[in-house]
Design a binder for this molecule. Sequence first.
Ligand code: PSU
Ligand code: MN
Length: 306
Amino acid sequence: MKHFPYTLSKEVEKAIKAGKAIVALETTIISHGMPYPQNFNTALEVERIIKSNGSTPATIGIIQGEIKIGMSEEEIEYFSKSKNIHKVSRRDIPFILSTKKNGATTVAGTMILSDLAGIKLMATGGIGGVHRDANNSFDISADLQELTNTNVTVVCSGPKSILDIGLTLEYLETMGVPVIGYKSDFVPTFYSRKSKYEVDYNFDQPKEIAQSIAMKDNLSLKGGVLVCNPIPERFSIQSSVIETAIESAMEKATEHNITGKKLTPFLLDQITKITKGSSLKSNVKLMLNNADLASKIAISLNKISL
Ligand code: PSU
Ligand code: MN
């Protein structure tokens, strides 16, 4: 057992004691992935969906150097509005804690803190991955490395379309991370339902996904599972439309010399502007859809491990 101190919200504490299913949620998507007020409304709606399925949401972040497993509405509102929240991945965690700062956790950061608290599953929009010009920039999201190390399942809508999907999948294969499609033979790409790349396994039932996660845990196989849940058809964006937006966003990033952890938030923001808000709407809808699936898998998984 690890004993690093973290603070559980009352709700999460109750759920742990009662052995209820819990779904962890990241906060980078709130503080760096969407503008206000869409970020705030989405974060609350995500929690409502998870609760309505009988699971307990745990929004995770760091407030003044304190790890919060489960944040209050006021805290989420603060994370939605403040410009003073660091984007926290694996390497940042100790420093944000030691300097008592505020941190919004990425997928990688959230996986680490979920694992600390014994939470097995999290939901996000799209995971980070290998960026398109990675052969020059070396830009590969720490999310991928975390999936090889930490036993937390991540439910997403695939790697974000701003990435090189093929290289991201090669990386995951090398590192032994299973890529599961929910009702899909192909890897979705965040704004679009489909890519030319096949998933490793396609499952139609949350229960089947839970069974394979439980099997991995029984074997003590280290690392996470990536569950890819395609964006609902009516909110998806044609890849030719989104491609044009991504290309001009990337040109602007190069022009302004945006690199490192600033790149993903910059691209998402630019794409929202170019598509006049339609990419943001898609991002919101896919996030809600992922919360729904994650909470169903969490409930099945909880039954198996009882
Ligand atoms: N999904 C979204 N919006 C986001 C993210 C995911 O719909 O903003 C965040 C996640 O926190 C993910 C991060 O871990 O983007 C990836 O950032 P980077 O490429 O710098 O690793
Ligand atoms: Mn990066």
